[in-house]
Design a protein around this ligand. Structure first.
Ligand code: GLU
Length: 512
């Protein structure tokens, strides 16, 4: 029987959601949509010591910003709730006890001091990875070594205990990862992980398997850091008798620092010159602030497109994909095995492509809002020409106003460095004549006629236009660089250009 595809994103609310986590959510979303299945979200908050207030809201808001919200989640529960593990607490013990009964798990009563002593003993004996496993458990205080009456008495008297999985000494565990192919692990390398903690909370391993089973998860798509846990998970499915419905695993490649040296971590924060979080975040304990892609001006569709390509590609040269197109093109098989370097220049490139392909009306919203913050109202007939001129030059929406400010607001000062080099007697002479010519100009003042008039004026004065062009720009815009100046002239109109030139002539003096 073909089961409905159900995948989940299972973040722990331990701080801001790292972009690696966002990518995991995106791949889960794409896979679910592609397969006509469902994308769920489960909050994995069994470790109460690492709980960070606000983190869950942050996760929700990040996915909403990107338009990849789950169809079942704590905020929108389906039939498999609750969707927060802390609220599922009463469900887990019976599963742990089931494993104890079947002989696949056991009670362990060791105190922290006893555990520490074991570690010291093993370290002194030069054991590389001292752990509680099929060998060492025989020397510890657990229901495999203590007499049954003592175990019973301890349990009845409320002695603190944990429940550990009993890993066999000499078996092979195989799993067929959708990205990595067959992964083979020998159980001698695994330890007897705790499944149930002494506070009655399950650990990640137990809760994750029980929940994936109860939530009918068919595919587990998650970060590579969970690959070492996968053999234990496979064993747990077997011990529970759930092998038939065990999900398929896909472990995603790591996101690496731009130089390829190590994993891009949460701690990298803004240190590498770019955010590692989707949204701004303030740590509620330390007050430390981290910036987000959203607040830096990244557009959600551009950011999604960029993220998808950090580990996946469609197998041809196409790079620009809407979310729907990504769904269409997505296959897990086209996710790479090796880590992907984070490249902020590429993220900006995507933003530029998306920004310049937006309808002018959408860009106008950004422009007008930013102009308004400066108390400026842009005349309605100037909005479209301004946007058409500057949209090719911007990376972020905020750049639209930054790039067009000089068109809308006449200069009150001039770039001194440019002025000292370029404001020559010839330039001043030409501009004076041009202003006069503009006064009497009649006809359509567009980029072509503005230029023709300037050329005619220069020719009549015997001045080489190339030599004074930067001064002309300086006079009208206040700076030495910017977009096509003749288009700027056309937007301003002949009277405004003449007025600005006269102000420049009155303000700037020719260097001796
Ligand atoms: N709670 C785990 C995390 O925070 C989820 C791992 C998984 O998807 O199995 O990454």
């Amino acid at each position: 029987m073909n089961r409905e595809v159900r995948v989940r994103f299972a973040p722990s609310p331990t701080g801001a959601l790292h972009i690696g986590g966002v990518r995991t959510a995106l791949y889960n979303y794409l896979f679910a949509k592609k397969m006509g299945g469902k994308f769920l979200l489960r909050i994995e908050d069994t470790d109460q010591t690492r709980f960070v207030p606000g983190a869950e809201d942050y996760i929700k808001e990040s996915l909403e910003w990107l338009g990849i919200s789950p169809v079942e989640s704590p905020w929108n529960p389906g039939d498999c709730g609750p969707y927060r593990q802390s609220e599922r607490k009463p469900m887990y013990m019976q599963y742990a006890l089931d494993l104890v009964e079947k002989g696949h798990a056991y009670y362990a009563f060791d105190t922290p001091e006893e555990l520490e002593a074991m570690r010291e003993r093993l370290t002194a004996a030069r054991v590389v990875q001292p752990q509680y496993n099929s060998i060492t458990r025989t020397q510890m205080k657990n229901s495999l070594t203590l007499p049954p009456e003592e175990v019973k008495a301890r349990l009845e008297s409320g002695d603190p205990y944990v429940i550990r999985v009993k890993i066999p000494r000499n078996e092979e565990v195989r799993l067929n990862d959708m990205i990595r192919g067959w992964v083979l692990v020998h159980t001698s390398t695994l330890d007897d992980k705790v499944l149930m903690k002494s506070d009655g909370m399950p650990t990640y391993h137990l809760a994750n398997i029980v929940d994936d089973h109860l939530m009918k998860i068919t595919h587990v798509i998650r970060g590579e850091e969970w690959l070492p846990s996968a053999p234990l998970h496979v064993l747990l499915y077997k011990y529970f008798g759930w092998e038939d419905t065990m999900p398929q695993f896909a472990h995603l490649p790591l996101l690496l620092k731009p130089d390829g040296n190590g994993k891009l971590s949460k701690r990298d924060g803004d240190k590498l010159g770019f955010p590692v979080f989707p949204l701004n975040w303030v740590d509620p304990f330390t007050g430390e602030k981290s910036s987000g892609f959203r607040e830096q001006g990244f557009l959600p569709d551009a950011f999604l497109n960029f993220l998808a390509f950090l580990g996946w590609n469609p197998g041809d040269a196409r790079e620009l994909f809407t979310l729907d197109e990504m769904v269409e093109a997505f296959t897990v098989e086209r996710i790479g095995k090796s880590g992907t370097k984070f490249d902020i220049a590429k993220a900006k490139w995507y933003n530029e492509q998306y920004l310049k392909s937006k309808p002018i009306a959408e860009l106008a919203v950004f422009l007008l809002a930013d102009a308004k913050k400066d108390g400026i109202v842009i005349p309605s007939d100037k909005i479209d020409p301004i946007l058409n001129l500057v949209k090719e030059r911007v990376t972020f929406p905020a750049d639209l106003w930054k790039e067009s400010k000089f068109i809308v607001i006449a200069p009150t000062g001039f770039d001194e460095e440019v002025a000292s080099k370029k404001w020559t007697a010839d330039a001043a002479k030409l501009l004076g004549k041009y202003a006069v010519a503009l006064d009497s100009f009649s006809g359509e003042f567009d980029a072509v006629s503005a230029k023709a008039l300037l050329e005619r004026t220069a020719e009549a004065e015997g001045i080489k236009l190339g030599k004074v062009m930067q001064a002309v720009r300086l006079a009208v815009t206040g700076s030495g660089a910017g977009p096509d100046l003749m288009v700027v002239f056309a937007i301003l109109g002949s009277a405004e250009v003449a007025k600005r030139i006269r102000f420049a002539l009155n303000t700037l003096t020719v260097a001796a």
